[in-house]
Design a protein around this ligand. Structure first.
Ligand SMILES: [Fe+2]
Ligand SMILES: [Fe+2]
Ligand SMILES: [Fe+2]
Ligand SMILES: [Fe+2]
Length: 327
């Protein structure tokens, strides 16, 4: 039974705007983190303002922020499920940028919007007497303020080198638009899986919270969603790692990674639907990555092939882990 609060659709929409923002920034910061190596190589020795340490430091901060945003995302999703709503899987618009300064400006924009939205949420939650939500957002608000201040510093960075596009060498001819588009389908698929698994994991967390009173009854049918949800958590961390590796490779060859989510995440109502949908998601990834590996073999893109061979091993493992749960 949902909590006895006057939870309106408008209120849930407002919370879901938070979800959309949190998905956006986690992905945005992860992609920026993946792009850091590329920016670092643009560095020139004469540049005393921006030495290697600056890039490494910012890269580390972005990764930390991305993890914090993922935690916010989880908290808000879980709360929505506790309140009897359905958490969205659609991110707000993701923009990566091309320099530290741009990362700073985009981050500043995202964090400002988050602070505005969360002030509204805190106010609404207070009016409703939804103290738990208010407290969750008060905590998140403090993190966003910290992010805001950091990005303010980065947005003032000056003296970054800008290089004209270098002439292509012969070996780069294999990196055609079609090839990059195919690699970006892998990015989109990883994003989809990450969002789907996180959403399901938080749905189960909410359910667990609601059932605390009866936690002593251990019935196998009841524990299945929980065991499965634990598995999801470890798997979506691996998908994050895939996302990072694939994006890094795309940036390494000086192309752009896109931030589409495709196919659309398919959450499902209960554990048996999740299992089916997640098995499908892994099946999709395995097929796509086989295609990528074959193409990489054909055009002799050895580095990309090795990366995907590692990843496909894990996807297959994910598939079989999910398959074990199939009724
Ligand atoms: Fe956040
Ligand atoms: Fe933030
Ligand atoms: Fe993956
Ligand atoms: Fe996977």
């Amino acid at each position: 039974m949902p909590i006895d609060l006057k939870v309106t659709p408008e209120y849930l929409d407002l919370l879901n705007k938070g979800v959309a923002r949190e998905i956006q920034v986690s992905v945005q910061y992860v992609l920026q983190h993946s792009k850091m190596e590329k920016l670092l190589r643009k560095m020139i020795p004469e540049n005393i303002l921006l030495d290697k340490t600056t890039y490494e430091q910012v890269g580390k901060v972005l990764k930390d922020f991305a993890i914090e945003e993922m935690k916010h995302l989880g908290k808000i999703m879980e709360r929505i499920y506790i309140l009897g709503g359905e958490a969205t899987t659609k991110p707000s618009h993701i923009e990566v940028g091309n320099s530290l300064r741009e990362f700073g400006e985009l981050g500043l924009k995202a964090e400002t919007e988050a602070l505005q939205l969360y002030r509204k949420v805190i106010e609404m939650a207070g009016k409703l007497g939804d103290w738990e939500t208010r407290e969750i957002f008060e905590h998140i608000y403090q993190d966003e303020e910290k992010h805001f201040l950091k990005f303010q510093d980065y947005s003032e960075i000056e003296g970054e080198p800008e290089f004209p596009a270098a002439e292509e060498e012969e070996f780069q001819a294999i990196y055609t638009d079609d090839w990059i588009a195919l690699l970006n389908r892998a990015v989109a698929g990883e994003l989809s899986a990450i969002i789907q698994y996180t959403n399901q994991h938080e749905k189960e967390n909410a359910e667990l919270n609601r059932r605390k009173k009866t936690a002593l009854e251990v019935v196998s049918d009841k524990t299945k969603p929980h065991v499965f949800s634990d598995l999801l958590k470890s798997i979506f961390m691996q998908e994050m790692d895939h996302l990072e590796k694939i994006a890094e490779r795309i940036y390494e060859i000086k192309k752009e990674a896109t931030a589409d989510v495709d196919p659309l995440p398919n959450v499902g109502a209960e554990v048996d639907d999740w299992i089916k949908n997640d098995r499908d998601a892994e099946d999709y990834a395995i097929n796509l990555y086989r295609q990528i590996i074959n193409k990489a073999l054909e055009i002799n893109d050895v580095r990309t092939r090795l990366i995907f061979e590692q990843i496909i091993n894990q996807e297959e493992e994910h598939f079989w882990r999910f398959d074990d749960f199939t009724p």
